[in-house]
Design a protein around this ligand. Sequence first.
Ligand SMILES: Cc1cc2nc3c(=O)[nH]c(=O)nc-3n(C[C@H](O)[C@H](O)[C@H](O)COP(=O)(O)O)c2cc1C
Length: 196
Amino acid sequence: MDKPAPVAHDVHDLIRARWSPRAFADRPIDDAALRSLLESARWAASCFNEQPWRFIVARRDTDDFNRLLECLVPGNQVWANRASVLMVSVARMTFTRNDKPNRHAFHDVGLAVSQLSLQATSLGIVLHQMAGFDRDKVIATYKVPEGFEPVTAIALGYPGDPEALADDLRERELAPRSRMPQKEFVFTKSWGHSLD
Ligand SMILES: Cc1cc2nc3c(=O)[nH]c(=O)nc-3n(C[C@H](O)[C@H](O)[C@H](O)COP(=O)(O)O)c2cc1C
């Protein structure tokens, strides 16, 4: 299902088209597409080119998929179980160059996922990021070392039929997309003074 953003100003078609559905088709993401997504993340900008992103990846129909699925909160498991691939993005929280805290680590992981999401859109793949997962369980399950922090879980797949979703989820799937207007987040001269 397409749900293009009702933009107020012109943007690239990929940006308009990207959204976060919960309905996934029963179709695998092949290796070439998966590598392409991860490659697009690889080429994101990052502070000092530290590349603090790491990705734990689990393909559907593997035991590992279920292990990762079980790290999600139940409200996300109910729809993410139909994804073709699950991931967790992880941030290295210190610089390799001097072990000091990297306060832009989450930012850079977000940039990498943003690139991944637009590459996915270009391939007809949809993804849905999630804060709703058990961070401690991810760390324990995947032996994430100290100094690394799970950031988001991500469900990926090809778009599916919203009719396959439970009523409450279908309603959210079909709801219009909305954003605050630019005047609420673009300031000039002083905080809260919008750019005319
Ligand atoms: C960091 C992050 C955490 C999110 N967590 C969840 C989540 O746990 N469950 C969920 O259903 N959606 C989650 N979402 C999806 C957002 O609700 C969605 O991106 C937002 O409503 C905007 O919709 P759009 O992506 O379709 O434009 C999350 C998105 C982000 C970026």
